[in-house]
Write a protein that binds this ligand. Structure first.
Ligand code: AMP
Length: 455
């Protein structure tokens, strides 16, 4: 399939896609849309970044408008369940964007915000409701929403639902929906419990699997900095001075770590904000909006908070700390290579993290080029003042005004051509064996000691 018009979508949707600038369906869209338009169930093995939202949203809108009817009071025609508030909000935004000419009603129901407005949005009935399971159950138990006439149900990122303990609430929700509904199930991985849920939920599903993790990874230029743990924050300030870091997502392992890193960046004149589970929904949304609009150059996130964050044009991902689970590395760096774009990812690895790096290299079947910065002191930066209650926003460029480092120092001190050679893509190894490839030799930076790869 080379064009959306080949997939059988109505004109109002084709117009919206043109408006979005989409020209060619992604593989999951090309494979799923025709069957979904026929009303089939679907099991999609796909992660975020593959275009899966449009793969389900377009046929759903199409089916809803082909059989236009007003949902009864508190009824919902299509229900989408997502694990995180951010993902739910983004899915709802996608429905609104794709449905902009189709006149459909869309609402989102998530925790962390007041229930009143949500009750009101559902009162008259909805074409599409996007919800996180916990809050939806609350509304169901209070009789504010009914699912007994729901025609289509989508479960998105099912494996993350499992991680977050949502499997029981999901089963409770599904039990209230009609048996003859159309069901769609998306998951990046298929652990046993998830396969069981899919089996119970779906009837004779079409199966579509796209983009195995390694394919995304190959498009991303990756680099590891071996460094001392205490030097990480200054190293981060140093690399962020490169103007190529237009929109950078930094990952930390802990919520507190995310706050501290964001504060340190702000103290050094870099606009930054943090997003994690201890922030209110309003704070999270503001942080995300600031990052999307470009007001904030750096967003520091924990893995859970970053799930489902869909921001176009993330130029770099920095793993300030390596994740405990190798698959999380793939999820993290995939934030920079959305919908076919290339991206760059930098990882900091201190002595205690070498095993994690090895596990990542094994899982992704590549050897990541490295630079040894152990023992070298990055240019000193300004220590962030403690901000106990964090009421002061730390994404204010002016705060670091007097604290800026000398211009022209720090950053990647290699010559441009060296830098290019060092910013190469990490190719997969022939045969997929863990081992070292020619492209994976440690890079040497001028003025620094040769990189010895730690074992
Ligand atoms: P998703 O996997 O649904 O989170 O989508 C990843 C990104 O790809 C989003 O930013 C979408 O806006 C974008 N996208 C989805 N489908 C297409 C397409 N056919 N052409 C270009 N961009 C797309």
């Amino acid at each position: 399939m080379s064009h959306f018009s080949d997939l059988g979508l109505p004109e109002v949707l084709l117009r919206a896609l043109k408006h979005e600038g989409y020209e060619i369906p992604t593989p999951i869209q090309a494979k799923s849309i025709p069957s979904l338009l026929q009303g089939r169930d679907l099991l999609g093995i796909a992660q975020t970044g593959t275009g899966k939202t449009a793969a389900f949203a377009l046929p759903i809108i199409s089916r809803l408008i082909a059989d236009r009817q007003h949902a009864g009071p508190r009824q919902v025609r299509a229900l989408i369940l997502a694990p995180t508030r951010e993902l739910a909000t983004q899915i709802a935004e996608s429905f609104k964007a794709y449905g902009r000419f189709a006149k459909i009603s869309v609402a989102v129901v998530i925790g962390g915000v007041s229930m009143g407005a949500q009750v009101q949005a559902m009162a008259g009935g909805l074409d599409v409701l996007v919800a996180t399971p916990g809050r939806l159950l609350d509304h169901m138990q209070q009789g504010k929403v009914k699912l007994d006439m729901t025609e289509i149900v989508v479960l998105d990122e099912a494996d993350h639902m499992l991680d977050l303990g949502f499997i029981v609430p999901i089963r409770q929700i599904l039990a209230k929906t009609p048996k003859n509904r159309q069901s769609l199930f998306f998951s990046a991985t298929m652990p046993k419990e998830i396969a069981g849920l899919a089996n119970d939920m779906l009837r004779d599903p079409v199966q579509v699997a796209v983009t195995p993790a390694a394919t995304t990874v190959e498009r991303i230029a990756q680099e590891v900095f071996f460094c001392d743990s205490a030097a990480k924050r200054d190293l981060l300030v140093e690399i962020l001075k490169d103007p190529k870091h237009k929109r950078t997502l930094v990952f930390t392992r802990t919520k507190r770590g995310a706050d501290k890193v964001a504060q340190h960046l702000a103290a050094n004149g870099i606009t930054a904000d943090a997003i994690h589970g201890n922030k209110s929904q309003g704070q999270r949304q503001r942080a995300l909006d600031g990052f999307k609009s470009g007001r904030t150059r750096v967003l520091v996130a924990t893995d859970i908070a970053a799930r489902g964050i869909d921001v176009d044009g993330v130029s770099h991902v920095v793993n300030y700390e390596l994740p405990e689970v190798p698959e999380a590395y793939v999820h993290r760096i995939g934030r920079t290579a959305r919908a076919g774009a290339d991206g760059a990812a930098v990882s900091f690895c201190d002595n205690s993290e070498r095993n994690l790096l090895r596990a990542i290299e094994k899982t992704t079947r590549q050897s990541i080029p490295s630079v040894d910065r152990r023992g070298s002191r990055p240019e000193a930066s300004v220590a962030a003042k403690p901000q106990p209650n964090q009421k002061t926003p730390y994404n204010d460029e002016r705060r670091g005004r007097n604290n800026r480092n000398q211009p022209g120092r720090g950053g990647d001190q290699r010559k441009p051509e060296q830098r290019k050679a060092g910013g190469h893509k990490a190719g997969p190894r022939p045969g997929g064996e863990a081992g070292r490839s020619a492209s994976a030799k440690p890079q040497q930076r001028s003025g620094q000691r040769p990189a010895a790869r730690p074992q």
